[in-house]
Design a protein around this ligand. Structure first.
Ligand SMILES: *[C@@H]1O[C@H](CO)[C@@H](O)[C@H](O)[C@H]1NC(C)=O
Ligand SMILES: *[C@@H]1O[C@H](CO)[C@@H](O)[C@H](O)[C@H]1NC(C)=O
Ligand SMILES: *[C@@H]1O[C@H](CO)[C@@H](O)[C@H](O)[C@H]1NC(C)=O
Ligand SMILES: *[C@@H]1O[C@H](CO)[C@@H](O)[C@H](O)[C@H]1NC(C)=O
Ligand SMILES: *[C@@H]1O[C@H](CO)[C@@H](O)[C@H](O)[C@H]1NC(C)=O
Length: 421
């Protein structure tokens, strides 16, 4: 009977993907396997006409018997197929997605080529255990097939469409990672870049940024807007508040870089800034010879290009994505209101555990002016942070009067990750 189940190649992928699924599907699978086996047992022992039983030794009847069996087998296969379809349907409902069906018409050929699995030429690799090369895209791409198809419809080896805002739209819908493309992305001449460290604070011509798909078409427009809680006028490096941040305190919630570095007792060399606006934190850290990677998307502004023009490292990544860093690598992680990802509290927990994963033991977590829109939120966040057992080196809950005269509660903290054994 083993050979029967081996033949259903089509179904194996679905069973594979069921491993992430809830117990409901496991029970259903068990049920389906059981019924399938019972069916097979029944088919092999069942004989419709007693007449055949008497003559089964004759050559003629053996042939009949075999054809009957193969009839039964195909019946079983049909049954398996239909129960697997039902199973896949249930899986889809539970997970909210299904795998991308590359056989659907209108599927861009480039997407098919990209996702095609390739067997390793020499068979199984003994070190990694893999047998094929698999390219992947975010599972939620399935939910945005129209955008994805649009994104993957381009001329191979030609110029890519100027569609970065389309790709960001896909990322924001959970289609991350995006598939690779075989086209040349639009190039913008980066003229007039300054040498480091002059680049950290010098203006560059606005022409080196990509403005397509953005509401603003220049820096003055960007600076007149509050782009997010951590970036109000953050593209103006000469005037305003941006060049004061981290070196001049406006209140007890503002910690100074020198003070925080002193808490790290000389061991702060590399850091990660989550939702770091125009990169000023990384710029100030660069002046202290600390290398900081700044994670940001380009929501309403060319954040990544601006950061790169300053000579610091931009990371184009949404916060829904697991950080592409190994365990225990960073001496310091800095986050402001980027931590406010909304949604269920588990969502914040997933993020916090991922942050915890990449800070080294003894490393610092700097929560900077996090707006606690209500008391419950502050208590929840405090409870969550306390669960990680970090040492509170600094912990300040302060109030600020905002633009419309209301008082708002902010939490700033510097916490030290314990060495867990
Ligand atoms: C098929 O073969 C079995 C023995 O393996 C026999 O008992 C049975 O009667 C046969 N059935 C038919 C339909 O010939
Ligand atoms: C840099 O550009 C901004 C406009 O975004 C302007 O306000 C500022 O004065 C400029 N700074 C220098 C040093 O040119
Ligand atoms: C940064 O490194 C340079 C070169 O090693 C050194 O001259 C400078 O003093 C360092 N700055 C700080 C703030 O440590
Ligand atoms: C606070 O946590 C509780 C329990 O986990 C949860 O039910 C509640 O929705 C959370 N409140 C906020 C504002 O996140
Ligand atoms: C000020 O705070 C209140 C209460 O938190 C809020 O409703 C309002 O939108 C805030 N105003 C501004 C300009 O941020």
């Amino acid at each position: 009977m083993g050979s029967v189940s081996l033949k259903i190649g089509d179904g194996t992928a679905r069973f594979k993907s069921a491993t992430v699924c809830s117990s409901a599907v496991h029970i259903l699978m068990l049920f389906s396997v059981l019924t399938t086996n019972l069916f097979a047992l029944y088919a092999f022992t069942y004989s419709p006409k007693p007449h055949h039983q008497i003559h089964f030794l004759s050559h003629h009847h053996t042939h009949k018997n075999i054809s009957l069996i193969s009839e039964q087998v195909s019946l079983i296969l049909r049954e398996i197929d239909s129960s697997q379809k039902k199973l896949a349907q249930m899986e889809k409902q539970l997970l909210g997605y299904e795998s991308i069906d590359l056989s659907t018409p209108n599927m861009p050929n480039e997407l098919k080529l990209f996702l095609q699995r390739n067997q390793l030429p020499l068979g199984k690799d003994s070190r990694t255990g893999i047998t094929e090369m698999v390219a992947s895209v975010g599972h939620s791409c399935y939910k945005s097939m129209d955008f994805l198809s649009q994104y993957m419809n381009y001329k191979p080896n030609g110029a890519c469409p100027d569609d970065w805002s389309l790709s960001q739209k896909l990322i924001l819908k959970g289609c991350e990672p995006l598939p690779r493309r075989r086209c040349f992305a639009k190039t913008i001449p980066k003229v007039g870049l300054h040498p480091f460290p002059l680049s950290l604070w010098r203006n560059v011509s606005e022409k080196i940024y990509s403005w397509s798909g953005l509401g603003c078409k220049n820096l003055i427009c960007l600076n007149s807007k509050k782009l997010n809680r951590d970036c109000a006028g953050c593209f103006d490096l000469a005037n305003g508040n941006e060049n004061q941040r981290f070196v001049k305190s406006r209140g007890k919630n503002d910690f100074l870089i020198d003070d925080v570095l002193a808490l790290g007792s000389g061991g702060i060399r590399i850091g990660f800034d989550i939702g770091g606006g125009s990169g000023t934190f990384a710029a100030r850290m660069a002046e202290k010879n600390v290398t900081v990677v700044t994670a940001t998307l380009n929501i309403d502004a060319p954040f990544n290009e601006f950061i790169a023009a300053r000579g610091i490292f931009p990371l184009y990544l949404s916060l829904d994505h697991r950080f592409p860093f190994y365990e225990n690598v960073f001496d310091l992680i800095h986050v402001g209101n980027g931590l406010d990802i909304g949604g269920r509290s588990e969502k914040l927990e997933f993020l916090m555990f991922d942050i915890d994963r990449i800070i080294r033991g003894g490393g610092l977590f700097w929560l900077d002016n996090f707006l606690c829109s209500n008391d419950e939120k502050r208590k929840n966040l405090t409870r969550l942070i306390e669960r990680f057992g970090y040492k509170k080196l600094k912990w300040v809950v302060g109030e600020k009067i905002n633009g419309s005269g209301n008082s708002e509660v902010y939490l700033s903290a510097v916490l030290q990750k314990p060495v867990r054994v």
